[in-house]
Design a protein around this ligand. Structure first.
Ligand SMILES: Cc1cc2nc3c(=O)[nH]c(=O)nc-3n(C[C@H](O)[C@H](O)[C@H](O)COP(=O)(O)O)c2cc1C
Length: 339
């Protein structure tokens, strides 16, 4: 009788622990999927394992034209990894990240009473890419100093270039050159259009992609929106907009890697996400101007022209102050789980 009671007690305890753990793991995945991803493809699949969570690359979401080597895909996985780690410590788990030989991010989660809540967790849901024209207000040096304190992963480096300097202009000129190449490439335009969600109906049907609302466009029937969008996807139009947006920004932030390896791409994503969460905490707006990193010949030029010691330009963003924009959508946790 005593043995049966002990067995029942142990079973109940174990079931409750698993239930609590499942709740915690689900919360961590909910936070992870709020990460940014190229074209909002959300190229991740999560697997709950006995001692942690694995994030698998979902190659069906890859962008073969703009991201032929999957670099941005793995950066996006790195961003999701960082969110998950921030959430893990807040639930009393110590996360330990490793990458398996088949490029899966393994996050081992060890219960640890001393694990401290990630200070950046409250900003996971508040972060957003802000593609608007900013307020022409410079970020104070002590605020940039706080961003410079954000920890970088091994092989990842972060540089800031202030508006009004020659190097800022060099970067903006390369954005224009990038538009001239990408916007005249029919394959690039086709891929981009495939991920554009032209109105509320399309956005809510997929819960992914680039929503009209995040570009400040009105909710119009697709047959009306399509020709308008096509008119915007021209080098001249993009350059007019990007010059205005660049000039209204305070700084460029460039992330480089030493060796351009998959490990470093994931590390660049983790570093990027920490920087974006810290920027959000500091009430800064950010948006990507990644063209010069995506076009290999321009990245090579930047290597020569910037004081970055031959490192690989990997991500280029602008920072400044801007009004909040509508948030982009996400697929549900259940849609990105490996059962
Ligand atoms: C690796 C990477 C590259 C990106 N490149 C661009 C880009 O070139 N242009 C752009 O407007 N947004 C870019 N984005 C931002 C995504 O489009 C954005 O994260 C996505 O639409 C989700 O929106 P959110 O960041 O507001 O959550 C990039 C994001 C990541 C992670």
């Amino acid at each position: 009788m005593k043995n049966i009671l002990i067995t029942i007690l142990t079973m109940t305890l174990l079931t409750n622990t698993t239930k609590a753990q499942n709740g915690d793991y689900r919360f961590m995945i909910e936070q992870a999927i709020l990460a940014p991803s190229g074209h909002n493809t959300q190229p991740w699949l999560f697997e709950i394992q006995p001692d942690g969570i694995a994030i698998h690359p979902n190659y069906s979401k890859r962008l073969p034209v703009v991201d032929a080597d999957n670099r941005e895909l793995f950066i996006s996985l790195g961003c999701a990894t960082e969110n998950l780690c921030q959430a893990a410590t807040s639930r009393g788990y110590q996360p330990e990240v490793s990458i398996s030989p088949d490029s899966v991010v393994q996050i081992k989660l060890t219960p640890n009473r001393d694990a401290k809540a990630g200070p950046l967790l409250p900003f996971v849901a508040l972060r957003q890419t802000n593609r608007g024209v900013y307020k022409h207000r410079m970020i104070p040096h002590d605020t940039i100093a706080l961003l410079k304190k954000v920890e970088s992963n091994p092989g990842v480096n972060v540089y800031f270039f202030e508006n009004g300097t020659n190097l800022f202009d060099t970067l903006l000129t390369h954005v224009v050159k990038g538009n001239n190449i990408q916007m005249n490439d029919p394959a690039f335009i086709n891929e981009l259009k495939g991920w554009m969600r032209l109105n509320k109906r399309q956005t809510e049907a997929s819960n992914d992609g680039l929503s009209y609302a995040t570009f400040g466009a009105p909710n119009l029937p697709a047959f009306v929106a399509k020709p308008i969008i096509s008119g915007f996807l021209k080098a001249k139009k993009q350059n007019e907009g990007d010059l205005k947006k660049g000039e209204s920004s305070s700084h460029f932030m460039l992330i480089t890697t030493n060796q351009n390896t998959l490990q470093e791409w994931i590390g660049a994503g983790q570093t990027l996400q920490r920087l974006l969460l810290e920027s959000t905490r500091l009430r800064l707006a950010h948006a990507y101007m990644n063209q010069p990193c995506e076009v290999a010949s321009l990245a090579e030029n930047l290597k020569q022209q910037l004081p970055i010691e031959g490192q690989h330009p990997t991500l280029l963003l602008r920072l400044g102050y801007g009004d909040k924009k509508p948030y982009s959508k996400r697929k549900s946790v259940d849609e990105v789980m490996i059962k």
